[in-house]
Design a protein around this ligand. Structure first.
Ligand code: AMP
Ligand code: MG
Length: 470
């Protein structure tokens, strides 16, 4: 059961998330909803539960570690099947270990905003319906206050859920009944297409591997860094899950590490790709007793590289406004990343402004884009290569620009934007959260009145550090 918080208050609700489950976003601000979605009252017919899991943290087996602070309330019907509603930070559960079962306002704002921002970017993710707070004090590095995010997903089952039951089955020295029960439950509800197949568990692993690869291709294409790709943060549906010390790439550096706690850079931008595969191996290891043979398990895991490669290639073509694929495109992409790396150009601004490039434009017309580079001649050389490629498909400026602006967001949740809204909220003003939510709901629109939200980070942001503390 959730544990009530003193005098909970409404902070924000997501209109698109509310629409998904047929709720009126205005009504969510009313006391009844605030009470239920803080965990102060349990709705009729709701049977709260929390689900235990284990996992590998930073590549090391960590045993049982979750879910010490998330409580599922039940589900609501949507056009695409039921959505589970889950309160994150609703108090102690049987799995809280040394934790307090709470989440702080700071990290809850980040999770709330980023979930909805990612959804608007078209990236597979869990959703955030609403955010409430309380003056209840919560101890982290400093004293903070409590908040609760109502998250939504068809299921919150993780790779670590499977690892947990493999490990428990081994401890009990019996066949791992729970592992099979969990796998059958997941297949029946979310992968029913495999029910009749010769080896549904192998199919499950192959499909989860593909979805994970696709999700990570999306991350790379938009410059999203998760920050803590532990196996317990990997969704069995291939959704971006558990927003903590995430970041969006600004000055491009393939080795950028967004999580201050990740000193070795295991989860750097570039490492997300192999780590995604590694995590699928951990899932494969957990499913091996059900799949039967290491050969079948390996074969399912082999889906990763081709799925990632094909999706990233598709996304990069769209980002560059290339409507067909040609030999030499991957060299063009490689040269582009080398150029971005050498110049530490801002990732989001680069792709957005690239959409404004004109085939016959010169140095002057290119200026806003060109000025992102220290080495202007290197930019000119790559731009020449790009223009030659565009001519091969008789690209038209206006058409290409429209298409590229639908693939390259103008607005992403830069850390300094989140930080500014958080500091306001900590002083009792939620206007910044509302404003950011509205801007990030339409990331591809020009929104001339919100130009400042697309700006490069200010100098103070260079010292921002985000860690696992939440
Ligand atoms: P995270 O780093 O947020 O992915 O946390 C991993 C797991 O640690 C979660 O599933 C929780 O079960 C547990 N955890 C994190 N913070 C707390 C807390 N304040 N109280 C209880 N459990 C927590
Ligand atoms: Mg987690």
């Amino acid at each position: 059961m959730p544990t009530p918080l003193p005098s909970p208050y409404f902070i924000a609700a997501s209109t698109p998330a509310a629409a998904l489950v047929g709720l009126d976003p205005q009504a969510l601000a009313q006391e009844d909803f605030v009470t239920v979605f803080t965990g102060n009252k349990v709705a009729v017919r709701s049977q709260p539960l929390s689900a235990v899991y284990s996992g590998h943290q930073f590549g090391v087996w960590a045993g049982q570690l979750g879910d010490g602070r998330a409580i599922v309330l039940g589900d609501l019907p949507t056009a695409n099947g039921p959505m589970e509603l889950q309160l994150k930070g609703a108090g102690l559960t049987p799995y809280s270990r040394m934790g307090d079962g709470r989440a702080v306002l700071r990290s809850s704002i980040r999770e709330f905003l980023c979930s909805e921002a990612m959804a608007a970017l078209g990236i597979p993710t869990t959703r955030a319906l609403m955010l409430t707070g309380s003056h209840q004090r919560v101890m982290r590095e400093t004293v903070e206050t409590a908040a609760v995010v109502t998250r939504m997903a068809p299921t919150f089952v993780r790779f670590g859920s499977f690892e947990h039951w493999l490990y428990r089955g081994k401890q009990a020295q019996r066949g791992g009944d729970e592992l099979k029960i969990l796998a059958d439950y997941v297949i029946k509800n979310w992968y029913p297409e495999f029910l009749g197949s010769a080896n549904p568990y192998k199919e499950l692993l192959a499909e989860v591997t593909r979805r994970t690869a696709h999700m990570i291709a999306h991350w790379q294409a938009v410059g999203f860094m998760h920050g803590v790709m532990n196996t317990d943060n990997m969704s069995i549906l291939g959704l971006t899950l558990d927003y903590g010390p995430f970041g969006f790439m600004e000055a491009f550096d393939a080795n950028h590490i967004c999580n201050h706690t990740d000193q070795g850079g295991r989860y750097s931008y570039a490492n997300q790709v192999p780590v995604g595969h590694w995590n699928c191996y951990a899932l494969g290891n957990a499913l091996l007793p059900l799949i039967g043979t290491p050969e079948d398990t390996e074969e399912a895991l082999d889906a990763y590289r081709p799925a990632f490669g094909a999706k990233l290639d598709e996304l990069l073509h769209a980002k560059l406004g290339l409507f067909d694929a040609r030999d030499g495109d991957s060299a063009l992409f490689d040269d582009m990343f080398k150029l971005l790396q050498a110049n530490h150009a801002d990732f989001t601004l680069f792709f957005r402004r690239l959409g404004d490039l004109q085939l016959d434009g010169g140095v002057e017309q290119d200026a806003p884009l060109r000025d992102l580079f220290i080495d202007r001649e290197a930019f000119d050389a790559w731009a020449g290569q790009y223009r030659a490629r565009l001519r091969l498909e008789h690209s038209q400026d206006a058409l290409r620009r429209t298409a590229m602006h639908r693939s390259n967001p103008k607005y992403v949740l830069r850390n300094y934007l989140a930080q500014t809204a958080i500091e306001q909220a900590q002083n009792g003003d939620f206007g910044g959260v509302h404003k950011l939510l509205a801007v990030l709901e339409r990331p591809f629109d020009e929104q001339p009145e919100n130009e400042s939200y697309a700006a490069l980070p200010p100098d103070w942001a260079a010292h921002l550090e985000v860690s696992c503390s939440s």
